[in-house]
Design a protein around this ligand. Structure first.
Ligand code: MG
Length: 381
């Protein structure tokens, strides 16, 4: 579903201790505000407006380098003014869903966004919320009362609204009062807010000790994804074949639009599969003359670049070549070295195996050869 987002990063976060404002501190090597913007873009946000303190606007370009579909706007003196500045900068129809998110909650993920958009439905808003596990007391120095937890929730962000409805609610908000969240603004105008399952990972980094915990979590919020690729090319006239990035003298060549390197093509498709980015034909259409005779290392390097652009890291590659001839054994180490070089992997993460089909089928009749590959990539969730 199409949606926009406002990421509020204008606060100074004084409770977090000395140093840069918390949204600008590094977490897992990336500015904290970048975590949220990346996650919202990965969840298919049409546009993300980042609200920053005026003196920090110039730094957004560096903090969000390489990302697209975002705009920076200057925040106001209070959070409510910052949210309104963000809403004013959004293009789009009044019914468009908009998510408002605190940059200090870096572990927002696509699943959270999907739950909120699904729950928004006919409601005026949807908020992720958690039950209160601790016993609640009211008092100053001594307990005056134990408060029932029944029906009490801790509201988190992002919070989802219809753009027009949220703008109207803020326009009606009394000057001089500071809302503690955006749902409260819509509630004041009689809006109905749906409660959605929250997540402890949507915690707000507030106190100095929160950052150490977040740093540990930042290392763990990645998953391994595996993709599989297959390719085959037909033998034709020629005196050499390209296979797994290595030129091998042979009594035939391989027929294909590019250099017909089935090994690198299978690896490219396996990597594209691991990051769910289509297949080699979509990225390099055989109908496009610029790929005629192209060296296939470019295809594999492009797929590696796509994985890295999404914050991914290739972990390992395993290639199996299926042919009677040429013999692979004498070239195996050169192939491993070339694949490792293209994919930016240490040699011991690259495997090249070879087999025959014992004279059966098209590889057995030496009409062509086949390659199969498995690639594993570690990506952010
Ligand atoms: Mg091919």
């Amino acid at each position: 579903m199409t949606f926009s987002a406002v990421v509020v990063a204008a606060g100074e976060g004084l409770r977090a201790g000395p140093g840069a404002p918390k949204a600008w501190r590094l977490l897992g090597g990336r500015p904290i505000l970048r975590w949220s913007v990346e996650a919202l873009l990965a969840a298919d946000a049409d546009q993300v407006v980042v609200v920053a303190a005026p003196e920090r606007l110039d730094g957004l370009g560096e903090a969000l380098a390489g990302l697209d579909r975002w705009t920076g706007v200057a925040g106001g003196a209070h959070r409510a003014a910052s949210v309104q500045a963000g809403l004013a900068a959004l293009a789009g129809e009044a019914h468009l869903p908009v998510l408002v998110h605190d940059a200090a909650r870096p572990f927002v993920a696509k699943a959270h966004v999907e739950r909120l958009l699904a729950a928004l439905g006919d409601a005026d808003g949807a908020v992720p919320a958690l039950p209160v596990p601790d016993t609640l007391k009211r008092g100053r120095d001594v307990v005056e009362a134990t408060v029932s937890r029944d029906g009490l929730w801790r509201a988190q962000t992002p919070q989802a609204f219809r753009l027009g409805r949220l703008r109207e609610a803020y326009a009606a908000w009394p000057a001089g009062e500071e809302p503690t969240d955006d749902a409260g603004v819509v509630e004041r105008t009689g809006g109905r807010i749906a409660l959605v399952d929250g997540d402890p990972l949507l915690m707000k980094l507030t106190y100095p000790e929160d950052f150490a915990m977040a740093e540990q979590l930042a290392g763990g919020r990645r998953i391994a994804r595996t993709g599989f690729g297959v390719d085959a090319h037909r033998f034709g006239p020629g005196d050499a074949v390209w296979l797994a990035g290595v030129r091998i003298a042979h009594d035939h060549g391989l027929v294909g639009h590019s250099d017909a390197d089935a090994g690198l093509h299978a690896l490219t498709d396996a990597l594209l599969g691991a990051i769910a980015q289509g297949d080699i034909g979509q990225h390099f259409p055989p109908s496009d003359p610029q790929w005629k005779g192209a060296s296939s290392d470019r295809f594999l390097a492009h797929a590696v670049g796509l994985a890295q652009a999404g914050g991914g890291q290739v972990l390992s590659a395993d290639l199996t070549l299926i042919c009677e001839r040429p013999k692979i054994g004498p070239h195996r180490e050169a192939m491993r070295a070339r694949i490792a070089e293209i994919m930016g992997l240490p040699l011991d993460r690259v495997s090249v195996k070879a087999t025959t089909t014992e004279g059966m089928g098209f590889t057995g009749r030496e009409e062509g050869l086949m390659a199969q590959a498995v690639v594993t990539v570690e990506t952010p969730i």
